[in-house]
Design a protein around this ligand. Structure first.
Ligand SMILES: [Zn+2]
Length: 168
């Protein structure tokens, strides 16, 4: 397991999601992320934002609290999307090992905010943003899949971009 701090690691950008100060991932996952990035044009870069977060840690406790509040709020905002709450707010493997990561996109030096309001971003806004950056998003997803990453089945979570490393 590697511990990465904010900055660049072998050319991969790292920006831990608040309140984390570092990201833990498998050494093999870093290698595969670098390979995925190498498949992209130079103007399009990956940004690692989340990795392994041990359940029994202050961070794990904080995430659980946020998750509980988030589920309540999400169900209030989107009563018709009730069944998505678990997919969106579940730990999604981040509490298991360093093979579950969230990635963001940097296009021409600017981070693409596909979810300006986080997971509360209305689906219609999500569609509009994805449409605007359709090519970049498709390229990144394709290169990640090519390097052994599986994207999340939930469309909102897939924009996080949550993926699981599952080598074939
Ligand atoms: Zn995730």
């Amino acid at each position: 397991m590697l511990t990465l701090h904010r900055g660049s690691h072998h050319g991969l950008r790292v920006a831990p999601r608040w309140p984390s100060r570092h990201i833990q991932i498998d050494a093999e996952v870093l290698q595969r992320l670098l390979e995925a990035q190498a498949l992209l044009p130079a103007e399009l870069r990956l940004l690692l934002t989340r990795g392994f977060e041990p359940r029994h840690s202050r961070l794990g406790g904080f995430r659980r609290l946020v998750r509980r509040l988030g589920i309540t709020l999400f169900r209030t905002c989107y009563p018709q999307r009730h069944d998505e709450a678990d997919a969106i707010f579940g730990a999604n493997g981040h509490d298991i090992d360093g093979r579950h990561i969230d990635v963001s996109l940097v296009l021409r030096g600017k981070r693409l905010r596909l979810l300006p309001l986080g997971v509360f971003t209305p689906p219609r806004w999500q569609d509009r943003r994805v449409a605007r950056h359709a090519e970049a998003v498709a390229r990144v997803k394709h290169s990640l899949q090519h390097c052994g990453f599986e994207l999340h089945h939930n469309p909102t979570e897939a924009l996080q971009i949550h993926c699981d490393y599952r080598p074939r």
